[in-house]
Design a protein around this ligand. Structure first.
Ligand code: FAD
Length: 509
């Protein structure tokens, strides 16, 4: 390429500075900064949604992509480690299971590990399914370590959403992104529904661009209001539509997992950070009023309150075209499935990664947009099915909410998965699936879906050998967990946060 062929700089305008906006700004500035002029507009008057504090392991690859130093990021955002989610009271009141990251047992090409475990259970041995997952056992024991002699753990983070957006902003600005404070009042387009030309702020300032990223949250100012991309509503499958959120002081050592505790009309989360705990009660407003939800949350949470309870309303579903014309929606503007499996930040990260791969360096990008939209649709539909699974497989009938969700019509794709598992314990991961076979098996078994039969490869092994192999696996995991330090001790050494040290010292004592 001669100097005269040098690509023209593209102007990228990001509307909104929540987690989605700043993640996009940081990644674009880090990776393509020399080719782009990046401007992010956000309004302090509106603020951000202020939740989104539990992640999944893919966050680590994305952080590597944007060159983020783990220890510093964790210290700055008060982050803790996450090994999975504990589901309490889901299939029956009193039940508890953990959906952990990492692998459960060892699978073969013919079938997954749970077939071996089911064979053992049939013969009266084998213990808990969770005994074969290192991450699960470490989570339950409150232990964690990485590096040195520690076994390799698959992990994610709990983080403070406000601190996280500020931290990403620092990275993005250092890499050359420019921030403009202001309220977007108008979106200027080439004709109705045509490409966006500029954002016009209340101050009168006009921000022109070639590519516009809609990160305005549920408002979806660009993709919804201006470009008119329709919203596909999934409320009939995912009926929770509200959350009350509140932050508390910690009253126990930070557990390395999120808690998702079902109640009569939804569920409640507890996310431990170094300096506080995030709590939220997710509910179906047809079955619980806002006042009842707030009272229930305040009654059930533990620890002193550090913020006023806040109500958030949401709607499950997705934009049919997240990328339309020269506008790409990221984060809540592009759609939302409720936070039960902490997948929203992942969806932002994967969308930003795809945008980097498919980046429109010229005016015509309809094929790239079509590919982006097809991949996004397939992935979010898989996540949607996985979340519906937790509701539809319940045995609870103690409230109208649970009676409704256990009897609801579900997507055909999920019906087929449940039938396969019920018939022969078969679980699978398709190309677009985020969740692996291990996750499907953990949740299906945790929700008490009993397979009628399983693959007979384990029977071929014979009982003595199967017994020995399983006992060895359990013993190895128990040994690995026993040598790990406690989660708080590791946090204190590895990444103590501002405001978190005193708390950790107190807890570790
Ligand atoms: P927002 O944070 O709402 O940001 C929108 C931005 O747009 C703000 O900066 C705002 O000021 C700006 N803006 C809007 N309109 C204008 C305007 N007119 N002019 C100028 N600026 C404007 N995700 C997870 O991965 N894990 C979780 O545990 C999790 N929990 C959640 C719990 C709940 C109850 C909800 C609702 C969501 C949860 N999420 C979770 C999702 C997660 O919060 C979001 O995906 C993430 O925070 C990204 O949000 P956002 O940046 O798209 O939107």
């Amino acid at each position: 390429m001669t100097p005269t062929d040098a690509p023209q700089r593209r102007r990228v305008v990001i509307a909104g500075g929540g987690t989605a906006g700043w993640l996009a700004a940081a990644a674009l500035a880090q990776q393509l900064g020399s080719l782009l002029d990046i401007t992010l507009v956000e309004s302090e008057e509106i603020g951000t949604i202020g939740v989104g504090e539990s992640t999944i392991p893919t966050a680590r690859s994305f952080h590597r992509l944007i060159g983020l130093d783990e220890r510093r990021f964790m210290a700055e955002t008060g982050a803790t480690f996450k090994l999975g989610i504990a589901f309490e009271n889901w299939a029956r009141i009193g039940d508890r299971y953990i959906h952990a990251f990492g692998e459960t047992g060892q699978s073969t090409w013919m079938g997954a590990f749970h077939h071996f475990w089911l064979q053992a259970r049939e013969q009266g041995f084998g213990g808990d399914f969770g005994d074969y997952c290192l991450e699960l056992r470490a989570a339950d024991a409150g232990r964690f370590a990485i590096g040195g002699k520690a076994p390799e753990l698959s992990y994610a983070y709990h983080l403070d959403a406000g601190r996280y957006a500020r931290y990403l902003r620092e990275i993005a600005e250092q890499a050359g992104a420019r921030r403009v404070e202001g309220m977007i009042e108008r979106v200027e387009q080439q004709g109705e529904g045509g490409d966006i030309v500029a954002l016009v702020l209340r101050s009168g300032q006009r921000i022109e661009g070639d590519l516009f990223l809609d990160c305005t949250g549920f408002r979806a100012l660009l993709i919804g209001q201006a470009m008119g991309s329709p919203f596909e509503d999934w409320g009939h499958w995912l009926p929770t539509d509200s959350a009350v959120v509140v932050q508390t002081h910690a009253n126990e050592p930070a557990r390395p997992y999120t808690r998702a505790i079902a109640h009569g009309a939804g569920w409640r989360w507890r996310i431990p950070l170094q300096h506080r705990v995030g709590n939220g009660l997710v509910y179906d407003s047809r079955h619980l009023s806002h006042d009842e939800a707030r009272d229930r949350l305040l009654h059930e949470i533990e620890g002193d309150i550090v913020s006023e309870p806040r109500l958030i309303r949401f709607r499950a579903g997705r934009r049919i075209d997240a990328w339309r014309g020269n506008c790409v929606a990221l984060g809540l503007a592009g759609g939302f499935v409720e936070p039960l499996e902490s997948t929203a930040i992942h969806l932002v990260m994967i969308a930003v990664t795809r945008l980097l791969q498919l980046f429109p360096f010229g005016p015509d990008c309809s094929a790239a947009a079509a590919r982006f939209n097809a991949l996004a649709a397939a992935e979010v539909e898989g996540i949607r099915d996985f979340i519906i699974l937790h509701y539809v497989l319940t045995e609870r009938d103690d409230t109208a909410f649970w009676r409704e969700v256990r009897a609801m019509e579900i997507p055909a794709s999920l019906r087929e998965r449940i039938a396969l598992f019920r018939e022969g314990a078969i679980a699978y991961q398709d190309g677009a699936d985020l969740f692996r076979v291990d996750s499907w098996a953990q949740v299906m078994l945790g929700q008490r879906l009993q397979p009628q039969r399983h693959h007979q490869m384990a029977a071929i092994m014979g009982e003595p050998r199967l017994r020995q192999v399983l006992a060895d696996m359990r013993a190895q995991i128990a040994r690995q967990v026993a040598v790990l330090p406690t989660h708080e001790a590791f946090l204190r050494d590895y990444c103590p946060a501002e405001g978190g040290e005193a708390l950790l010292r107190r807890q570790v004592g």
